[in-house]
Ligand binder design. Sequence first.
Ligand code: ADP
Ligand code: MG
Length: 313
Amino acid sequence: LRELIELMRKGFVIQSVMPSSEASANTDPTVFHKRYLKQVRILGEGHFGKVTLYLYDPANDGKGEQVAVKSLKQENDKISDGWIKEIEILKSLYHSNIVKYKGCCTELGGQVVQLIMEYLPLGSLKDYLPKRNLPMSHCLMFAQQICQGMNYLHSKRYVHRDLAARNVLVENDSLVKIGDFGLTKYIPEGEIYYRVREDGDSPVFWYAIECLKESKFSFSSDVWSFGVTLYEILTRCDRRQSPPDKFFEMMKEAQGQMTVVILIKLLEQGLRLPCPKDSPHEVKILMERCWSADPSERPDFESLIKKFQILRQ
Ligand code: ADP
Ligand code: MG
């Protein structure tokens, strides 16, 4: 069977061997059959999706492969355009710092219901960091890897729009990958931003000022979110110092108004998250530049990669 798959990959599909679509579905390595997926445990949940660890075990001998399976929370809803787009985007990305697409699991009617990805055993940075006392140099290595994944994503003209520690996954002690492309948008050549109106539940404490004020999402607004993610890494994802908690602390005096309105005022006054205690001065400067009110003053990921390279030496 493996040889046959290899032949198919190379384009040698032998018609007499592969007469029906059922046969090709059986050998396409990106087609996962629901009946062979054995649930192990729930890995995590966000606003829109639920991710579960399964053992994919067609031989039924308990030796199958572990895969992470993402499905939409409201299963009964009609499969949305957004869900199909998320799958298509992940399918088109190949980078060592981006979670790998493995395939799909379709319902009998043909609708894609589940997205199959590689399983990252250490979970998100939010699960991983609080349990360890990671030295600064290690934090900066993770930060650089995130920049590498983001630089690749931007080279394909995608804005992530939800970069945060909860969406960065940990493969092992020296490798992180970006995940969750649920809010990702394509920016056509010649344009600089994507304007979105989202109803509620947006990750506002990771948003750049122009996202909050004008719903303008650009490569530079991802850089702002990266600054917040860097802040999370440097606080080792300590819950008491989380971006929402810190901002709510700063917002205490101005109660009564809508959170976003107060947040905008605060940012317009130049207030920002505090730089975590043990950060080197250069890192503080870099983080603050990611939070420049003027998007054009923020660094891009390519220059961030170089900065981290120097800082880590
Ligand atoms: P949502 O769109 O609902 O936010 P995510 O894709 O961010 O969904 O996944 C939710 C959580 O599930 C993540 O924060 C992480 O903890 C866990 N998770 C997601 N993908 C994987 C994976 N491939 N391996 C291990 N854990 C994962
Ligand atoms: Mg998420």
